[in-house]
Ligand binder design. Structure first.
Ligand SMILES: Cc1ncc(COP(=O)(O)O)c(C=O)c1O
Length: 444
């Protein structure tokens, strides 16, 4: 084979000069390209308040410290609790010789998504019978909220505003803003009654432009612990129907609030019965204690009618594309645990028992705290501690009081006065009541 000879292209004097200049400047500057992402283009973000609180708690050396910040269940010894039923399912999966670590499909584990659907809308739901519900497994509840937000942002023809309760889970604001939805709020909590500002809420829903998206916490509202009664849910549905609003349910505490899975899903099932087109973001973090396994689901229920099932198929296909581009496919391990429990009647019954253990301990702490504050004669009223439900209580303590509780008593809670009831136990409840009593007197 004949060899070829390669020749370098001729070098012009101007390119030699340019190279020399660039080499001198990189010698002086230390880098040949100027930085785009300087401190002036990227401002330092504030620390996530909740995770900052956790850090401060961990670093506090006091042996009296009390953590009422993070929304995760703790047992009576302030330790994370692996649900016995989860341990059982986990062991079985772990010992299964056929277990592998292949990818799940884009929509997740089919046994989980089918069971998750029945769990939230009811096995006999008209949405399932009419095949107008689709479900994708997601990165826990956060991923489900995000997927729903992204879908609405891309496909809702009116680019509507999403209305969030005031207050709400702080991440709602960030997630919906990130996907380009406009956000607004509706009144929810009455500082006066420490209950629902029902009139304010209905008024805002009436005033919102027709066809708005309304985010509703299905049960155990975070951060207030205040839920509408069934009668109030009916009225909310009536107003939303009149205004053609779209309900976006967020359910992170099913079974954890009342201890009863069906009761905690009541509002969602009622809205479906009423013929709403809606979506649901479902988390299995709290009710299975699968926080770090990131297990959840997103459901879209199409409106009843001739087109419902076909429209739902279209929606499912678009959700799959969005999911593929965002996470490709969801994580498998937590899904396997939840699926095994949901699909096995004996394990399911044991799960219900575990849910009652968690919700029951929280109810005891609510009653215990109220009783202690009332018997001390702590200024103010404390009945809201027991009328609120779920993981959190909105105590009504002010930012100043929260600061004193932290600085002087080593009690950690968010500055809006929210406490995680699961952080209380028989060892620290007296101390906490004493701290609240002292701080409320000191500041009133
Ligand atoms: C109202 C609400 N929605 C969604 C979530 C999502 O949680 P996760 O992503 O851990 O399932 C939470 C968790 O605190 C919540 O309180």
């Amino acid at each position: 084979m004949a060899s070829r000879s390669y020749q370098n292209p001729p070098v012009s004097p101007s390119s030699i000069a340019r190279d020399r200049l660039s080499s001198i400047s990189s010698h002086i500057m230390g880098s040949s390209n100027p930085s785009v992402f300087t401190t002036s283009t990227v401002a330092a973000a504030p620390e996530d308040p909740l995770f900052g609180l956790m850090k401060a708690y961990r670093e506090d050396p006091s042996d009296k410290k009390v953590d009422l910040g993070i929304g995760a269940y703790r047992d009576n010894n302030a330790k994370p609790w692996v649900l016995p039923v989860v341990k059982k399912a986990d062991d079985a999966i772990h010992n299964d010789p056929n277990l592998n670590h292949e990818y799940l499909s884009i929509g997740g584990l089919p046994d989980l998504t089918a069971a998750a659907q029945k769990l939230i809308v009811g096995a006999d739901s008209p949405a399932i019978q009419d095949k107008r519900i689709c479900t994708l497994q997601t990165i826990s509840g956060t991923g489900a909220v995000h997927l729903g937000g992204l879908f609405l942002s891309k496909f809702h023809p009116q680019k509507p505003t999403i209305y969030l309760s005031n207050p709400t889970w702080a991440n709602h604001n960030q997630i919906f803003t990130n996907v380009g939805l406009k956000i607004a709020s509706y009144p929810y909590f009455s500082a006066k009654t420490k209950g629902l500002d029902f009139d304010g809420m209905l008024q805002a829903l009436r005033a919102a432009p027709s066809g708005s998206v309304i985010l509703l916490h299905a049960c155990a509202h975070n951060p207030t612990g205040v839920d509408p009664t069934q009668e109030q849910w009916r009225e909310i549905a009536t107003v939303m129907r009149e205004r053609s609003h779209f309900p976006f349910f967020d359910t992170a505490y099913q079974g954890f609030a009342s201890g009863d899975l069906v009761r905690d899903a009541w509002a969602i099932r009622y809205f479906i019965e009423q013929g709403f087109e809606l979506c649901v973001a479902q988390s299995f973090a709290k009710n299975f204690g699968l926080y770090g396994e990131r297990t959840g689901a997103f459901h879209f229920v199409s409106a009843p009618g001739a087109e419902g099932a076909v429209a739902n198929k279209h929606i499912a296909s678009q959700l799959a594309i969005l999911q593929r581009s965002e996470i490709s496919n969801p994580p498998a391990y937590g899904a396997r645990i939840a699926s095994r429990i949901l699909n096995d009647p004996a394990l399911f019954a044991q799960w219900e028992e575990d849910l009652r253990t968690m919700s029951g301990r929280i109810l005891e702490m609510r009653a215990g705290l109220r009783e202690r504050l009332e018997s001390r004669g702590t200024p103010g009223t404390w009945d809201h501690i027991t009328s609120q439900i779920g993981m959190f209580s909105f105590t009504g303590l002010t930012e100043t009081q929260v600061k004193i509780l932290r600085d002087k008593w080593h009690v950690y809670m968010t500055k809006n006065g929210r406490i995680s009831m699961a952080g209380l136990n028989t060892h620290n409840i007296d101390y906490f009541a004493e701290a609240v009593d002292s701080v409320v007197r000191e500041t009133s």
